[in-house]
Each structure stands twice: as structure tokens, then as C-alpha cells.
Design a protein. Sequence first.
Length: 154
Amino acid sequence: MVEESELSPPTPRCLVLPLSPSPIKNLKSKCSTIFAWTFDRVIAMTTYSYVLASQQFLLEEEPLEEVLKERTRDYREKEKEIDFWVVKQPAFLEAPEMAQIKAKCPQPAAAIVSTNPQFITWLKLRLEYVVTGEFEAPSDSIPDPLKSLEMSQA
């Protein structure tokens, strides 16, 4: 028999929030060993890739507008869901684990965030003076991966 202390939590790519401290009562009569937690919800973590630079460079000096318009048009023609976003002053840079990245980038910053790492790699090859990376969200330190601090300072 497996002891409760030997049970490992669910996969590391999920955040599990307990429903209540009360145990599952009627499963005991149906199962000899219970491997269960009670769940309110399971929040799947998504990996976001990004290219980061100063707003001046990324949004004014580089001709990205045309690239992003063309990509958006292509996605619409293929009925593909948009998987990239432009975020001015991205809030994810405020997460403690992003402090070194934030320090490398002139402020105010801008990012192109995507769930498609190949697109970010393609952008990195096209642009010279950018930082790339990835993070998982939602998390305690990055609850909203697309949040902009620009709106909250207005």
C-alpha cells in the first residue's frame, strides 16, 4: 500500500488549487486505495516565447508593422488562431525571475509574445538588438502573460 506522503502532486505543468479540506467520502467504499486530491480547478500552464527590445527600436526603428500585418492576414486566410501579440511595457518583466532580463533592456520596453517559439526564433534572426526568452503562465509571479503596465500608468 502506498502512503499518502509518497504520493507526488500532479504534473509540474499544472497549478492545482484545492477545493476544500474535506476528504472524498464515498470513494473509500469503492476503492481500496485512494490516490486523489480534491480540485476546484486545474490551470494549465502555457509556455510563452518573447522577443524584447526598447519600444523605440522595436516599434519605431524596425519595420515590424508590415511583418505583423502580413502574418495576421496569412493566419486569417488559413483560419488559424492568432498566437502572437505586441505588448508595450510588458508586466511579465516585473516578475522576480525576470529581473536580469529587464536590466538588459532599455526602458520603456516592448515585447512580441507568442505561443509559437518558431515565430520568435524567426524574429530573432531578422532583428539584431533584441533579447529572447520564454516563461510559463499563468503563475503566481506572472498571472497575465499579456498584461501591459502602460495602461495602468495612464
